[in-house]
Design a protein around this ligand. Structure first.
Ligand SMILES: [Fe+2]
Length: 323
């Protein structure tokens, strides 16, 4: 039976940036919303320095939280590091948009600082900085085969060709904090969280219920193995610019506080009962990555390392560990 460590984190581009750059990202995002008017909480956080004081505090908390996850991960020393994240029109584009895809190649690269918004980054790294990871090919093929034979019609890919930057940011951004040296064999797992948000050429995102079932299916496979597995749920929860309930103007803090209590108290299964419409309304599209992880972990309470609720940082950020 596999030994499992669960980690939950965010992956949004600003986690790579110094606080002084967060206002740029914020302004780019707000510019997409017609007639954008900041909600009162945001106005208060912006204060008289365009949010810099708040951003400095939040940015430090992001770094501190990743340090907690990093240290626990390296202490655990997994045989496989599985990251569940969403590809946001990076490798998976109109020619192929699977709900779920497991990576079965033997290695993979990422260039987290190629993205224009990441050129100014915490490490002062050059845009072409490359991170390389070896991947557990036999293990991922076995997981794929097990899941398909167990009734999950899973896509698989042994090469990422669609995107010259390699891994999607949902995978590579957390890795810069968690395992930049590529110490642990990496298993990237892709989920279509964009879904209908990306327009009629995109299929709907998989349902929370199916994501939870898939997590349970992955757990069944893991229980046949003897490796130590670290599973990372990579995403923020409600995004201000996706929260249709609030005309894409603010994070749905209330909904995510409720979700957080379910995760904290080991009732993650309740997230599987959310409807696609509820996710769409609250801007929680990417929480599907966490729901798959919760299916793997089961009803174990999470240790919540930190929660960022400020509107200035654009999304509800939870950092968690399941032992
Ligand atoms: Fe994302």
């Amino acid at each position: 039976m596999a030994e499992i460590l669960g980690l939950g984190c965010s992956h949004g581009p600003i986690i790579l940036n110094p606080a002084e750059n967060w206002a740029n990202s914020r302004e780019r995002v707000f510019a997409r919303v017609p007639n954008y008017e900041p909600p009162p909480q945001l106005v208060a956080e912006l204060g008289d320095d365009n949010g810099l004081t708040q951003d400095r505090k939040d940015q430090q908390r992001v770094v501190d939280s990743f340090k907690v996850l990093h240290d626990r991960l390296h202490e655990f020393n997994p045989d496989v590091l599985m990251i569940i994240g969403d590809d946001q029109a990076e490798n998976f584009k109109q020619e192929n948009l699977p709900p779920f895809c497991i990576y079965t190649g033997s290695q993979v690269e990422g260039y987290p600082f190629q993205r224009p918004g990441a050129r100014v980054n915490l490490w002062n790294a050059a845009p072409d900085t490359k991170y390389s990871f070896s991947c557990p090919k036999e293990f991922s093929q076995a997981m794929r085969n097990h899941l398909i034979r167990d009734g999950f019609d899973l896509a698989s890919s042994s090469a990422l060709k669609g995107w010259e930057w390699g891994l999607a940011h949902a995978h590579i951004n957390p890795l810069v904090f968690l395992d930049p040296e590529g110490k642990f064999p990496l298993l990237p797992f892709f989920v279509n969280c964009y879904g209908e948000e990306a327009g009629p050429d995109y299929p709907p995102r998989p349902t929370p219920q199916r994501c939870y079932q898939l997590g349970q299916g992955i757990r069944k496979f893991l229980d046949t193995r003897s490796e130590k597995i670290a599973v990372v749920a990579s995403s923020s929860w409600s995004h201000s610019f996706l929260a249709h309930r609030f005309q894409c103007r603010q994070i749905d803090v209330e909904t995510d506080r409720r979700n957080l209590e379910w995760v904290r108290s080991g009732q993650g299964v309740k997230l599987s009962e959310l409807t696609p419409e509820e996710l769409q309304e609250s801007g929680d599209h990417e929480i599907l990555n966490w729901i798959i992880t919760l299916g793997i972990i089961g009803d174990k309470p999470a240790n919540i390392v930190d929660v960022l609720e400020s509107q200035t940082q654009l999304a509800y950020r939870v950092t968690a560990i399941w032992e």
